[in-house]
Design a protein around this ligand. Structure first.
Ligand SMILES: Nc1ncnc2c1ncn2[C@@H]1O[C@H](COP(=O)(O)OP(=O)(O)OP(=O)(O)O)[C@@H](O)[C@H]1O
Ligand SMILES: [Mg+2]
Length: 227
């Protein structure tokens, strides 16, 4: 089954009265278990496409189907529920809450879902261990390295066992060794947990580790390869 299905989905922004087409209509199907990289130069539409996939933005043309469910015409509450049920997001704008510990940042997602306390504790411990951070549970984001913070963000994205995780340049602000370890972590979660990953990157090494590479250029699909 396709986890994400875009049919002629496109996005045009109105910027100071001028229409800017960030993404020309494109059709795309992403299956369960894919480890997919969106590549392309700055301004090519990677974040715009991830925002459509993540139901953060609605397309101005076409449709987006997430886990078999149409996303058009939903209320804000319905959209939020759909996103919470199926998606984990690793986006720069969805940063960690500075006053909460690593543990609390992750637990927060489960509180939103109404998960009871014993189950919350079990899940948070489990994902902290999966990302190798059990010892940092009580630290606040400011007391951790960039790579550790990114691992907390990943733990938070997977705590609710989503089918799909979307990550916008998950290694961009990290040095190359730390970036590689984050990519290895994503790949391990993909292989071991079967989570579908869609991430964007400029980094040739990251792009080379993907099972499928979709290249964008000027808001158009330039190529779709499975090396
Ligand atoms: N809110 C907005 N209003 C107007 N134009 C926008 C908006 N968001 C993005 N754009 C434009 O859409 C195009 C695609 O932007 P997008 O952020 O998707 O690119 P990107 O591939 O993610 O780039 P980068 O690698 O720099 O993150 C760019 O020309 C950008 O200026
Ligand atoms: Mg971007």
């Amino acid at each position: 089954m396709a986890m994400l299905e875009l049919s002629q989905a496109g996005k045009t922004y109105l910027h100071q009265g001028i229409a800017v087409t960030a993404l020309h209509p494109l059709s795309l199907s992403i299956g369960a278990g894919e480890f997919l990289c969106l590549s392309g130069p700055s301004g090519s539409g990677k974040t715009t496409l991830l925002n459509l996939m993540g139901v953060i933005d609605a397309p101005t043309t076409g449709t987006v189907i997430l886990a078999g469910k149409g996303t058009a015409g939903l209320s804000r509450a319905q959209t939020a529920r759909l996103r919470r049920q199926h998606l984990g997001l690793v986006f720069q704008e969805h940063n960690l809450i500075p006053v909460l510990s690593a543990y609390e940042n992750i637990e927060y997602v489960l509180l939103l879902h109404g998960v009871p306390a014993p189950r919350r504790r079990e899940r948070v411990r489990h994902v902290l261990e999966m990302v190798g951070l059990d010892e940092c549970a009580e630290r606040r984001p400011g007391e951790m390295s960039g790579g550790q913070q990114q691992r907390v963000t990943i733990a938070r994205a997977i705590v609710n066992s989503p089918a799909v995780v979307l990550a916008d340049e998950p290694t961009a602000s990290l040095d190359s060794a730390t970036g590689q370890s984050i990519l290895d972590l994503l790949q391990r979660l993909n292989r071991e947990q079967g989570i579908t990953f869609v991430f964007s990157s400029h980094d040739p090494r990251m792009i080379g580790q993907a099972d499928r590479i979709i290249a964008l250029r000027d808001g158009r699909l330039a190529s779709d390869l499975r090396p």
